[in-house]
Design a protein around this ligand. Structure first.
Ligand code: SAH
Ligand code: SF4
Ligand code: F3S
Length: 442
């Protein structure tokens, strides 16, 4: 009997959530999930294709696994997720130790695919769907601490940002039935969870019509999830700036348990770049959205993603990005060098003409500026008191715990008698650029 599966996940939160779905699909067919790669009959890698280095890392990992395969002849290796979708047969041809390749909409077939693999058939299924949302599958919470969990609310993306591979790896956008989302969140709360993060590539375009043509929008869905309990924190990722509506901000402001944190990827501060990137907003329009967030929720943190060195980016464009960072003063940013992805619009119609050293220089400038802003933002937090959801022991010391406030900032504090999974009030006493330190209020 070959029934032990080891799952390794790369990429974004949606990929982590998908691994939990795959795990559920396999467990219900009698497979068990093991924690040590050495114990596995199948090593399955959930892959990301967003940047070239993400793919290189996975290729390297697949090659490393050869050593394990030579010791364990029955071990079979499978690749699933976005890189599986993008490379399909190429992966099978180039990595002869890979037995199966499965795209993001074919996970229900995973048990059947594993059976074929056992019969000696190498298999690929990368069919995309316009309807699959895995709505009826209760994920096995692989990536959870029992306090906070992901809930996928939609799949796919059709924004076609010029640089991005996701529309090609995840297919058309589709929204999951809200009844199943609310039921899953309620069950998590009943099982002791205190925080859910609703996931989609562009959650603001969530929109679901039922058989009676009743339409549920994202703000409406948020309201329903927030009403499960005031003790359940609700987060979401990601919202596209072009779709960040006042209605959503009003719903957020009305429910204190909807967390005061919006991830609003800007990508660039230059209008010329934003147009080339096909982002559908200007720098001024983005800044107006930031003003709207602060009007409705003055205590809301704002985080972002940015790309340095996209096709034809000039020094002036780069300066516009730095300017955007100075004006918004993000609490956190994911910062990337542009990586050309095959088959995207940029690959077909533009030239990746900023050399690597220049991309690095621009990225480092953004990182340095953001580091300084994050530190200054954190210094302003000293003396403020926050409700913190305790998540666990601090890495530094047994005597300390860590948790996050509504703004998603990590706070480390002396344990006292606090327990993970509960809320405590913590006053910030000092900070670094990445972490706040505090003490529990009695
Ligand atoms: N759906 C989300 C982002 C998903 S990808 C959104 O639109 O906000 C996460 C981030 O990776 C993007 O926001 C972008 O900053 C970055 N990214 C995407 N494609 C990239 C590429 N080809 N090179 C570098 N960074 C990229
Ligand atoms: Fe990619 Fe743009 Fe879709 Fe985000 S919105 S996943 S960046 S195409
Ligand atoms: Fe990567 Fe796919 Fe997510 S490309 S970032 S795992 S949607």
């Amino acid at each position: 009997m070959y029934d032990k599966v080891y799952i390794e996940s790369y990429g974004c939160q949606m990929n982590l959530a998908d691994s939990e779905v795959v795990c559920a699909i396999l467990q219900r067919e009698g497979y068990s999930i093991v924690d040590a790669v050495e114990d596995a009959d199948y090593v399955m890698i959930n892959t990301c294709a967003i940047r070239e280095n993400a793919e290189q890392r996975i290729r390297k990992r697949v090659r490393e696994l050869r050593a394990l395969q030579s010791r364990h002849q029955q071990l079979r290796i499978g690749i699933f997720g976005c890189m599986a979708e993008r490379l399909q047969s190429q992966l099978m041809a180039e990595e002869d130790n890979v037995s199966f390749v499965v795209g993001p909409d074919a996970y229900r077939r995973m048990p059947e695919i594993l059976r074929q693999v056992r019969e000696g058939v190498r298999t690929a299924d990368t069919e995309l769907s316009t309807t699959e949302t895995y709505a009826d599958i209760e994920p096995v919470r692989l990536h959870s601490n029992g306090i906070s969990a992901f809930v996928s609310i939609m799949r796919g993306c059709q924004n076609y940002c010029a640089y991005c591979v996701v529309p090609y790896t995840r297919g058309r956008e589709r929204s999951r039935d809200p009844e199943t989302i609310v039921a899953e969140a309620r069950q998590l709360f009943d099982n002791g969870y205190k925080e859910v993060t609703l996931l989609g590539q562009n959650v603001n375009s969530y929109r679901h019509s039922d058989a009676e043509e009743h339409m549920t929008s994202f703000p409406e869905l948020m309201r329903r999830v927030a009403e499960i309990s005031p003790l359940l924190r609700v987060r979401f990722a990601t919202s596209h700036p072009k779709d960040l509506s006042d209605e959503l901000l009003q719903v957020m402001a009305a429910y204190p348990n909807i967390c005061r944190c919006i991830h609003l990827p800007v990508q660039s501060g230059s209008d010329r770049m934003l147009k080339l990137m096909n982002r559908h907003y200007t720098a001024q329009w983005y800044l107006d959205r930031v003003d709207a967030i602060r009007r409705y929720m003055p205590d809301c943190s704002i985080t972002t993603d940015v790309i340095a060195g996209f096709c034809s980016e000039t020094e002036e464009d780069h300066q516009a990005t730095l300017d955007m960072f100075r004006r918004v003063r993000y609490d956190y940013a994911y910062m990337f060098k542009y990586s050309m992805r095959p088959d995207t619009f940029a690959h077909r119609h533009m030239v990746d003409d900023i050399d690597e050293a220049e991309k690095t220089r621009r990225l480092e400038e953004i990182i340095a500026l953001q580091g300084q802003i994050a530190l200054e933002n954190n210094q302003k937090e000293i003396g403020r008191t926050y409700e913190v959801l305790v998540e666990g022991r601090s890495h530094r010391s047994d005597k300390q715990l860590f948790g996050r406030n509504s703004q998603n900032k990590v706070i480390v504090f002396d344990r006292e008698d606090a327990q993970p999974g509960t809320y405590v009030n913590v006053t910030v006493t000092s900070c670094t650029a990445a972490t706040l330190l505090g003490k529990i209020e009695k």
